[in-house]
Write a protein that binds this ligand. Structure first.
Ligand code: NI
Length: 386
């Protein structure tokens, strides 16, 4: 396997850099989707297009078994102005592959090419290329449009590059690996009046300030210290003048949790605090809690499968299986709500010049392309054994 896939290095690097030069935002990945479809067809893989607009699913069968697994890559870029100055720099202003989805797409293409050429497995593998991971929930939309009805899938696997991890290393954990990302809007309505006569109104500013303070107790006092949660009030807007007590104060922010029960408890407790404080001061309120991506929760068995496949590629000593969860979020979580599976990290390099994803100077590390393609291929050969 190693020799064959290493032989694809130049070709994969060219595909990855081409996608990097032409980044496309959520649901606009038409050029990328065309490249993926053409490549898959050139490998002799059957494709289905159109799920979530630009999604592509490639299906490859070998042998006679009906067991089926799915491997997923995301294709979208971010609205960031690229600051790099190399040949494959983005040609589009304010669009950039700053999260390495160009690399994710290419690694999965590499595996598809190898698996189709060798067919050293018995069963069915679906290659899922999804749009709109960055905030717009392409995974959810693919599911709503029938991903798991059209295709019978026993388990689903995902992978993301990780800049803090060296090249040739993998990291994962069973259970929650990434957080739910929710947002909230609180509008406190008091009674506006002249700032020199506060007793004739109800001032929403100190009420909002009390709410900000009280919300801080939800993580420190009501969440299990061995669980994790983040609650940040990131906006507090009220008033336009020096001498006017405003009618309303608006607070907004975000909540991150790793467990569904913690998430529900947080939402309920927030409303209790807002309601209680407003009631105490005779103000009214509107509280809106908006659920974003759910927590990404890895299944135990599939995570062990992923760890074993990764160890076959890079050696057991280069596979960490007990990393701490990351409080970022990921829409692969929607797939893991429906199917058992595992989402893992592949090292993108932690040396000089490497930087975090979502940074304008980021670039996917091409050295990683064949390592990722080998991981995917090994996973299929071990999960769908001949
Ligand atoms: Ni990403």
């Amino acid at each position: 396997m190693t020799d064959l896939i290493e032989g694809y290095r130049e070709e994969l690097t060219a595909i990855r850099r081409d996608i990097h030069r032409h980044p496309e935002l959520a649901y606009e990945e038409t050029r990328t989707s065309d490249i993926v479809a053409e490549q898959l067809q050139s490998y002799g893989i059957e494709i289905q297009r159109g799920l979530a607009k630009t999604g592509v699913v490639g299906t490859l069968k070998a042998g006679t078994a009906n067991k089926s697994i799915a491997l997923r890559a995301d294709m979208d870029a971010l609205p960031i102005q690229e600051s790099n100055d190399f040949g494959h720099k983005s040609v589009h202003d304010m669009k950039m592959h700053a999260c390495g989805h160009d690399g994710h797409t290419t690694m999965l293409l590499g595996a598809a090419k190898y698996l189709s050429a060798t067919r050293e497995f018995d069963g069915i593998v679906h290659f899922i290329f999804q749009p709109a991971e960055e905030g717009a929930g392409g995974a959810r939309v693919m599911i709503e449009e029938g991903l798991f009805d059209k295709f019978t899938i026993a388990a689903v696997y995902g992978m993301h590059n990780w800049p803090l991890l060296g090249v040739g290393k993998f990291a994962m954990r069973s259970g929650p690996i990434m957080a739910a990302a929710d947002t909230f809007d609180i509008v406190v309505t008091g009674k506006g009046t002249h700032a020199a006569m506060p007793h004739t109104g109800i001032d929403p500013v100190p009420i909002g300030a009390e709410i900000v303070s009280a919300l801080q107790t939800l993580v420190s006092r009501t969440t299990d210290p061995l669980d994790s949660a983040v609650l940040s009030v990131t906006q507090f807007q009220a008033g336009d003048a020096y001498n006017v007590i405003p009618e309303t104060a608006t607070l907004r922010g975000g909540v991150r949790t790793l467990r569904e029960d913690t998430r529900q408890a947080m939402e309920a407790a927030m409303e209790r605090i807002v309601s209680g404080i407003c009631e105490a001061h005779g103000a009214r309120y509107d509280f809106t809690y908006t659920r974003g991506y759910p927590p990404t929760v890895n299944a135990e068995e599939e995570t062990a499968n992923a760890a074993a496949a990764a160890a076959d590629v890079v050696g057991k000593e280069n596979v960490q299986t007990d990393i701490a969860p990351v409080m970022g979020s990921e829409d692969f979580s929607y797939m893991l709500e429906k199917k058992p599976g595992s989402y893992i990290f592949i090292g993108n390099g932690d040396g000089e010049g490497s930087c975090m994803v979502h940074n304008p100077g980021y670039d996917f590390n091409d050295e990683v392309l064949t390592i990722g393609a080998r991981y995917w291929s090994r996973l299929v050969e071990t999960q769908l054994p001949k």
